[in-house]
Design a protein. Sequence first.
Length: 256
Amino acid sequence: MNKNLIIACILSVLIAVAYIIIGNYKETLWLDEIYTYSLANNDAFEIFDESTRVYAGDEIIRDYMTVEEGHAFDFKMVYENQVKDVHPPLYYMFVHFFSSFAPYSYSRLYALVPNIIFAVIVYWQMVWMFKQFCKNKLLSLVFAGLYLFTMCFVNNVMLFRMYVLLTVMTNFLVIIFIKYKPWKQHTKWFYISLFFTILGGMQTQYYFSVIAASVCLIYAVYLLYYKKIKELILYIITGLAGVGASIAVFPATLDH
């Protein structure tokens, strides 16, 4: 096995272990993090008293944040909760998936584990991107590891919201545009990967649409500059198809 691949795997494991240790010191949840558990696991959707935002007693907290009996792996419930809420459902489905292995119980791990998995994916993405610029595999491994332990990124991992998954989707979009140069011939994989990245990003966080629109516009200008008219047309169609597919999968996007 390639030495750098072994190093990357070891670093991935160490990153995951480090995040678990850091997460063990997390004692409280922000209100939005409580909502994460509720929207992922509670079929009642909203039982929080918005007028006072006060909860008393472990029993009602557990009812609000945990998977009830009979609702394990109930992704339809998660979907319907997000129709009533203001976010797309993908991230909440990951939290519900891990929560469903132990119904009627709460653990920070149910939201921390998916964030750690996303963080390790980000690590591999950053290794690839750093390697495109510094051309040194070992330095790429080190720089990517340093990035994952910046204060900002660690805070994102410890915040039980969808922002690490949003980073994954954003990085995929950037990787596509780095890998497929605008002046070269595009293969079908360019359009396929672009379609599913836009679909996944739109199902993660609506902020992705702002990021994607900005980056995609710049790439379109490059295609126009290099007179890649056919590629530009296919590119626009693919991007719009990704947005259309996202709306078809989750029509509540239009109301949100």
